[in-house]
Design a protein. Structure first.
Length: 297
């Protein structure tokens, strides 16, 4: 007779006794996993450094190499914006993409090292386990975006909305990163292979960035890119962050006039990102629940 699978309420310990998972506290389970993933990041700083190096190179090189040409394109409408200020929101979203891509890699490492199965047989809440992991990753994304904003100020960018605006950009970056973090974990669960997860997540980063409003105004790009940009999540993340840094409405792919000023950009951009987060997040949770049920048997 087969042994029934372990569920979220009971799990066997090494002595053969049964432990009631309901004795566990969600916040405690969240905190344990939050600390665990942060410790893994501290002990392996290479991933953090790599996810920052490329965006920093883009920020420095693009402003130096394309700054003069791009400034003409972004100031055609009589505006007076430096390319440094225009580019910083895009690099902040690039950091969020790069950091979110590593989420699935961490999950695959756990699977390959057997830690995934060990966690499953503990009485910890599945929601607490994955919420703690996601919380640690979102904290690192927030810190990395803060570093990019600080570097942007050093090279001449300005944030018209001040410190509150900087916090708003970090919040947009976190909201923006969740959908791609979910996608990375979806690839990880489906492939259970580190190389496939890295390729799958990284393959989309540059195309998404370049067919969006990240580096140049949409109006200066070819028609087919303008069409693709309308369906590109990067456009909405970058536009939301750019509206905050410039303190004005910058939405170019949607005509929204129901609100005032920057809210004509923020409201639709945030709504679209929330829907995307919910859809991909739900798929990721569903696949993770199926994976944990199969591995716990």
């Amino acid at each position: 007779m087969s042994t029934p699978p372990a569920d979220d309420t009971t799990a066997g310990d090494a002595a053969g006794t049964t432990v009631d998972a309901r004795d566990n506290n969600f916040l405690g389970d969240f905190w344990v996993n939050f600390k665990r993933w942060n410790l893994k990041a501290v002990r392996n700083p290479f991933v953090l450094v790599v996810s920052l190096i490329q965006p920093i190179i883009f920020l420095v090189l693009f402003t130096q190499v394309f700054g003069g040409i791009a400034s003409g394109a972004i100031n055609q409408g009589g505006m007076s914006i430096t390319y440094e200020t225009y580019l910083v929101p895009a690099i902040a979203m690039q950091v969020a993409l790069a950091a979110a891509a590593t989420s699935g890699v961490g999950l695959v490492n756990d699977i390959e090292q057997g830690m995934f199965e060990k966690v499953l047989v503990t009485p910890m809440s599945r929601v607490g386990v994955f919420a703690g992991k996601s919380g640690a990753e979102l904290l690192r994304i927030a810190i990395q975006i803060g570093i990019i904003l600080g570097l942007g100020l050093l090279i001449g960018a300005s944030i018209e909305t001040g410190f509150v605006g900087a916090l708003g950009i970090v919040a947009v970056g976190i909201l923006f990163s969740i959908w791609f973090m979910s996608f990375s974990n979806i690839v990880a669960v489906l492939t259970r292979d580190q190389e496939s997860t890295i390729i799958g997540a990284n393959l989309l980063q540059f195309p998404l960035l370049f067919v969006s409003s990240a580096f140049l105004p949409i109006s200066s790009l070819p028609g087919w890119i303008q069409t693709v940009a309308m369906f590109n999540p990067v456009t909405y993340g970058v536009d939301a962050a750019r509206a905050i840094i410039l303190d004005q409405d910058v939405m170019t792919v949607l005509e929204v006039t129901a609100f005032d000023g920057i809210w004509n950009t923020l409201v639709p951009a945030i709504a679209i990102l929330l829907v995307l987060d919910i859809v991909l997040g739900s798929v990721a949770v569903l696949l993770l629940r199926r994976a944990t049920s199969a591995d716990a048997q």
